[in-house]
Design a protein around this ligand. Structure first.
Ligand code: ITT
Length: 199
């Protein structure tokens, strides 16, 4: 079984990876490890930057052997906001202390009558440390949908309570995790990664 260092501090993502990558042993990013920079303009740049940063740190300080590093850069892209907050999703409305407030601010930014279409995007970067873990690569997944009129549900994390996946009448915040995993951006990216690795 491949041992994979997960270069993320987002506990919502970590919980999802545990469900979405059952054939891998996941090693969490240690509490004492540094914050990983993400200064790129695109999800792909940031995913690779986080994975390479984690790989370099692990080679110098890692306490156990891992076969590869996996990093995730993701976000919510709203058409009426020119794709924002997009790559800046983790940094949007940082002056507010809860996601309920940040979600409300995002809904309030939509001009009246504007299209509510949006999508979640996830790019995964895979960087091997050993010879058995395949090639360095990136894969992506997306799910189309729209913004709900108000925050609904307490499942998931982040922007889940305001995102209605296409064809559904429940937000990701109302859907059980197992249902989110049948169609989410992260589930699709994980499926692409497994296909690429033959795992
Ligand atoms: P790491 O870099 O440590 O992985 P992060 O939270 O900073 O954690 P990102 O830079 O990729 O991660 O930011 C993505 C943000 O987009 C994240 O903080 C959430 O607010 C949001 N997001 C991504 N996937 C999501 C999902 O499945 N459900 C809800 N919100 C999501």
């Amino acid at each position: 079984m491949l041992r994979v260092l997960l270069a993320s501090r987002n506990v919502g993502k970590l919980r999802e990876f545990a469900a979405l990558l059952p054939g891998f042993t996941l090693v969490p990013w240690p509490a004492e490890a540094p914050e990983l920079p993400e200064t790129g303009a695109f999800f792909q740049d940031n995913a690779l930057q986080k994975a390479e940063g984690a790989r370099a740190w692990w080679l110098a300080h890692g306490t156990e052997s891992v076969d590869a590093v996996l990093a995730d850069d993701s976000g919510l892209c709203v058409d009426a906001l020119w794709g924002g907050p997009g790559v800046l999703s983790a940094r949007f409305a940082q002056d507010l202390s809860s996601y309920a407030e940040r979600n409300q601010r995002l809904l309030d930014l939509l001009p009246e009558g504007a299209a509510r279409t949006a999508r979640f995007v996830c790019v995964l970067a895979w960087v091997p440390l050993g010879g058995t873990a395949g090639e360095r690569c990136t894969v992506s997944g997306a799910v189309e949908g729209s913004l709900a009129l108000a925050h609904r549900g307490s499942q998931g994390f982040g922007y889940d309570p305001i995102f209605l996946p296409e064809g559904a009448d429940q937000t990701f915040g109302e859907l059980a995790a197992a249902s989110k995993h049948t169609l989410s951006h992260r589930a699709r990216a994980c499926a692409a990664l497994r296909a690429k690795l033959g795992a």
